[in-house]
Design a protein around this ligand. Structure first.
Ligand code: FAD
Length: 437
């Protein structure tokens, strides 16, 4: 593991390029960080939120220029990834293995990690306020708070009901609750998963969940069913998921599209009952997983960084807010053109933003970026599928390049699916190390 010592030259140009992933960033910064202190002075960056976006940005700011003082404010002591959460629901990964600490960021990379909650700010002074009473001054602020739920759009339930009806769309405890409910359910029961309308965090995530819950049921409660009440008429990697569902789970999964009765009208959490809009059909189920509609994390809204869509508009070259100067918004909270709201995308935003900030401190221009995203999903433990894309900055937006990327082939053989499942697990280890290692 490399230490926080770019200034003594131990981070070679090649290694940083390998680690960076966002092409050309290092070159854009004007070469190695040796002597960076004289160029940038002692600039202060505060990063809000220690998920894939914020933690990556904090780490790479220090890699790109160790003279920059970086403080990461995160309300939790540890981070539980949502990626891999569905594997835990299926029973082939422990929740603790999805937990990451910030100690490498502190010890290896010299990021100051403050466990606290950002409650407000003074934009003019360049200062954020923390729940613990402290305030932190910054030259640049990076906000990566993830998502918040639009509870007002789910009639009949709110955050207080998530013990009964977990969303399991933020890492940690919510997954534990959902898994306990699956374990407690009798064979022959029905699990309903209710995915929201676009845009939302991780477009293939609900369907990986459906697949892996079906896997668990097939092994332990084979007379049970999974009912998918979807707000949409189509979804990410649909053909591939449906092919895998038929192959692995027969008729265990029933998917109801929005236009045919999938849209939720009301939830009765105590009774685990869902009333849908088309003809107000009633579904009383044994385990109910409502994934509510979403918007940018609360602090982004409270700081005035969102627009009418509920998400944060940014200059998609630098992720600088178009509403507030000197503030960058990254990860799920940002409007990022064609890029999906994924951990891999947030990780890319983090690196790109680190490069943009260091470039700005040094008085350099940020070149037009090129970004990537791959979303792997498991349909079964040994059955993986993926979608990959490359994004270029065009007409002021990050646009997916048509000739680059693609999805896994349909009707591939079991060896191909097994290899993709292995890539999926390899991807997890690699990205977790890139963010937190
Ligand atoms: P988050 O991960 O939500 O991090 C935000 C952090 O900010 C949190 O730690 C939070 O505690 C902190 N925070 C918020 N407000 C404050 C505040 N005021 N003060 C201090 N701290 C604050 N992505 C993939 O790329 N691949 C996958 O396979 C994949 N699978 C998924 C499966 C599921 C079931 C789900 C739900 C998601 C999946 N994702 C996947 C998506 C991925 O988890 C998100 O896109 C990613 O977490 C977004 O990162 P972020 O940094 O924007 O936000």
């Amino acid at each position: 593991m490399a230490g926080n010592n770019s200034a003594n030259g131990s981070w070679t140009r090649r290694r940083v390029l390998q680690a960076g992933g966002a092409a050309g960033l290092w070159a854009a910064l004007g070469g190695p960080a040796v002597g960076a202190a004289e160029r940038s002075g002692s600039k202060r960056v505060v990063v809000v939120g220690g998920g894939p976006g914020g933690a990556t940005c904090a780490k790479y700011l220090r890699k790109y220029d160790p003279s920059v003082s970086v403080t990461l404010v995160e309300r939790n002591a540890h981070y539980y990834t949502c990626f891999g959460g569905n594997w835990y629901l299926s029973g082939f990964r422990e929740l603790d293995s999805l937990r990451h600490s910030y100690s490498a960021l502190e010890k290896e990379h010299g990021v100051q990690v403050v466990q606290d909650t950002v409650t407000g700010w003074d934009a003019e002074k360049g200062r954020v306020e923390l729940a613990g009473g402290e305030a932190l001054d910054f030259d640049r602020l990076v906000v990566s708070p993830g998502i918040d739920f639009r509870w007002e759009e789910v009639e009949g339930m709110d955050e207080g009901d998530t013990e009964e009806v977990p969303h399991a769309w933020e890492g940690g405890e919510q997954y534990r609750i959902l898994r306990r409910q699956l374990e407690a359910m009798e064979d022959g029961g029905t699990v309903a998963v209710c995915p929201p309308a676009n845009p939302f965090r991780c477009p293939p995530g609900p369907y990986e969940r459906v697949s892996l819950i079906a896997h668990y049921l097939k092994e332990h409660k084979p007379r049970s069913k999974v009912l998918v009440l979807d707000a949409k008429d189509k979804f990410s990697k649909q053909g591939l998921f449906e092919e895998g569902w038929a192959e692995l789970y027969g008729d265990m999964i029933e998917w109801v599209p929005g236009s045919e009765g999938g849209v939720i009208d009301r939830v009765e959490p105590g009774a685990r009952k869902v009333l849908t809009q088309e003809g107000f059909e009633e579904h009383e189920v044994d385990v109910l997983n409502v994934i509510p509609p979403q918007r940018a994390g609360r602090i982004a809204r409270e700081m005035g960084l969102t627009d009418d869509s509920g998400w944060c508009p940014v200059d998609q070259r630098t992720f600088e807010s178009t509403v507030q100067p000197n503030v960058h918004v990254i990860g799920d909270a940002a409007i990022a053109g064609d890029m999906p709201k994924s951990g891999f995308a947030a990780n890319n935003h983090g690196k790109m933003t680190a490069a943009a900030i260091v470039s700005r401190f040094r008085g350099h221009d940020m070149p037009d970026p090129s970004l990537v995203n791959t979303c792997y999903s498991l349909v079964g433990p040994e059955y993986g599928i993926s979608v990959a894309a490359v994004y270029r900055y065009e007409d002021e937006e990050l646009r997916s390049i048509e000739e680059a990327g693609g999805v896994s082939p349909s009707d591939a053989d079991s060896f191909f699916r097994m290899r993709e499942a292995r890539y999926t697990r390899g991807w997890y280890e690699a990205i977790a190390d890139d963010i937190f290692g």
